[in-house]
Design a protein around this ligand. Structure first.
Ligand code: ATP
Ligand code: MG
Length: 234
């Protein structure tokens, strides 16, 4: 049984249908990359999974349970964390306050978790009182990842976590994501840096115009001439 199953999902904004029946599956502990042109519906897919956009048709199942149409807070509580494409930290709050906000649905004592998350992100642990708005782009993405981990998720949805970063920082962020995955967290990774993302993924999907276009093992997509031409810049 897959950890996450998105089956023939139709969704969009108001009257505008963006996803016309998209299906993906994610197994426990997997990294699955989603690539596709701008506007193909990658972000809309993540928003539909987490419940920010309502599915009009189709189904989203998580750990065997139908979560279609549930409120985002409930879905988050079930073990899915989401890092949006932009505005994914609170700039006026400190690093530490951002992590506390990340634990918003937790009612237990989360001090232990903050310590674990700081262990994963030693750079953040060095300056917990720094305001997020003063961090560099790379550090801010690290904080967004750290914040999402506060809920100890089973599945992490990441929308272009390396966007706009210099090449060395792209590598650093993707390595961190691999590290998170090795702690047992399954990951859905939407990425423009398709080559590096597919290299660390077990499987990948290509979306185009709100529809599934291709699906294969990461290394097989890398070898696919059409994928190479359209998404890998060669
Ligand atoms: N809040 C919104 N209201 C109306 N239309 C929207 C909204 N958000 C996105 N869209 C439209 O939905 C389509 C798909 O957008 P989406 O953000 O899912 O694409 P994407 O694949 O993530 O693109 P990108 O690579 O640029 O991030 C686009 O045509 C976009 O203009
Ligand atoms: Mg997007």
């Amino acid at each position: 049984m897959s950890l996450l199953q998105v089956r023939e999902v139709v969704s969009g904004y108001g009257e505008t249908e963006i996803l016309h029946g998209v299906s993906i599956a994610v197994d426990e502990g997997e990294i699955v990359t989603i690539i596709g042109p701008n506007g193909s519906g990658k972000s809309t897919l993540l928003k539909t999974i987490i419940g920010l956009v309502q599915a009009k048709k189709g189904q989203v199942r998580f750990q065997g349970e139908d979560i279609t149409g549930e409120a985002p807070e409930l879905i988050v509580r079930k073990g899915i964390s989401y890092v949006p494409q932009s505005s994914n930290v609170f700039p006026s709050l400190t690093i530490h306050e951002n992590l506390e906000m990340g634990a918003f649905v937790r009612t237990d004592d989360f001090r232990q978790r903050i310590a674990e998350v700081y262990d994963l992100f030693p750079d953040l642990a060095e300056r917990p009182r720094e305001r997020a708005g003063r961090l560099s782009g790379g550090q801010r993405q690290m904080l967004a990842l750290a914040r999402a981990l506060m809920l100890d998720p089973v599945l992490l949805l990441l929308d272009e976590p390396s966007a706009g970063l210099a090449p060395n920082l792209v590598t650093l962020v993707l390595e961190k994501i691999l590290g998170i995955n090795r702690t047992g967290v399954a990951i859905v990774l939407v990425e423009q840096n398709a080559h590096q993302a597919l290299k660390l993924s077990s499987r990948g999907y290509v979306l185009a115009s709100g529809q599934n276009q291709l699906e294969d093992r990461g290394e097989r997509l890398l070898e696919n001439p059409e994928v190479a031409r359209l998404y890998l810049g060669r």
